[in-house]
Write a protein that binds this ligand. Sequence first.
Ligand SMILES: Cc1cc2nc3c(=O)[nH]c(=O)nc-3n(C[C@H](O)[C@H](O)[C@H](O)COP(=O)(O)OP(=O)(O)OC[C@H]3O[C@@H](n4cnc5c(N)ncnc54)[C@H](O)[C@@H]3O)c2cc1C
Length: 400
Amino acid sequence: MSTPLATTGTSRTSSGSSPSSVLEADHRELVDAFESFLRKELVPLAAELPETVDMPPTELRDYVRTRSAQLGFYAGDYPEELGGSGMPFSAVVQLHHAAGRSGCPLAPYALAGSDGPSPLLRHGTPEQIAAYLVPLVRGEAVRCLALTEPHAGSDAFHLTTTAVRDEASGGWVLNGRKTFVSNADRADFAIVIASVEGAATAFVVDADNPGLRIGQRYDGMSGEPLFELLLDGARVAADAVIGGADGVGAAMGNGIDSLSRGRLVVAAMCNGIAEYALAQGIEYARERRAFGERIGAYQHVQEHLVTSRAEVEAAKLLTLACARLVDAGTEAPENAALAKLTSSETAVRVVDRALHVHGATGWVRGHPLEFLYRYVRMMTIIEGTSEIQKVIIARAMGLG
Ligand SMILES: Cc1cc2nc3c(=O)[nH]c(=O)nc-3n(C[C@H](O)[C@H](O)[C@H](O)COP(=O)(O)OP(=O)(O)OC[C@H]3O[C@@H](n4cnc5c(N)ncnc54)[C@H](O)[C@@H]3O)c2cc1C
């Protein structure tokens, strides 16, 4: 596993206060506490992992998740009655930023992601919230989301997985093929989006359902495996529809509520990763010498780092401002699309440039930038590709 830097809690990409520090001031204490947890508990654990292993073992990821939940960081924006800490969303965004900026490979598992509480479950019945959402918020359970199909990725409205009423039992029978599902191998249950007479509906399907099985495994660029999930006459009870009877046909409407939050969390993680990569690039350019001079003195090298600094700062400001709008209840989906588009594309470019400034040193397996170069590439695909963010923005501009 790549060796993380010890986190300092301060950005090493500028000599003074950056413009974004104005928006970061509100949650400084909380971020300091989280960074202290990373530095004292997770950085030493990460240092014990082999340098060339991309994905920490499941038991370690489980430990990080439950420990972070005990400390109140994991799923911190969920209310206390559901097991969370009731933090504002802008605080959660800053924690994701801090996780990315830490360079600690265990940090992403300390915060709720694709295996954590699904906002779809907030639309669940009280029984579903108690049985499925609360254990996720507490870090005691893991779930997966089965939405994508071989012929329905970005175009998630044309699903071929079906759910049909079983008149005898009053329940449902699910059939179909889902693909590229994260966490399917270790999830306690799957949230399956299936078509009920053409209307997308979210079902909870327990992992031990005899009609549900894992098919092909896909090994991604940075170690995280994805899976095919096959539903072959999977029978579920009537109360497996998230939201009960009102939930039939409500999956897309209920999911749309949460899209901005999901995209802003990805944007924040990207900004943190970009800030970490930039700090590495600056540090190396200050020390490495070529042709009798520090490479940072050459304008071609400065170009990589200064352009990155400007792009990271702009992406951060955009993301932090959008997170504030979420807390104010005035966030518009096109704003989160702007932030996700800007931050993910920026992070891919900045990590690439920082690696380049390191020459062969950054390209070698086991170097943190070599891992990040592969890890960050998924960010322009997940939570809607960059083109899909552009489609959303274009529509909001009255185009298309
Ligand atoms: C790391 C990772 C984790 C994932 N985890 C999950 C998961 O847990 N559950 C799940 O269900 N899915 C998951 N996915 C799948 C992910 O949601 C899809 O990959 C994503 O929605 C894109 O769909 P696709 O791969 O089918 O690409 P396609 O939709 O086929 O797109 C191919 C290309 O065409 C472009 N394109 C498509 N439509 C348009 C358009 N209208 N205008 C312009 N360009 C367009 C896209 O931007 C892309 O560049 C994961 C993917 C990755 C990489």
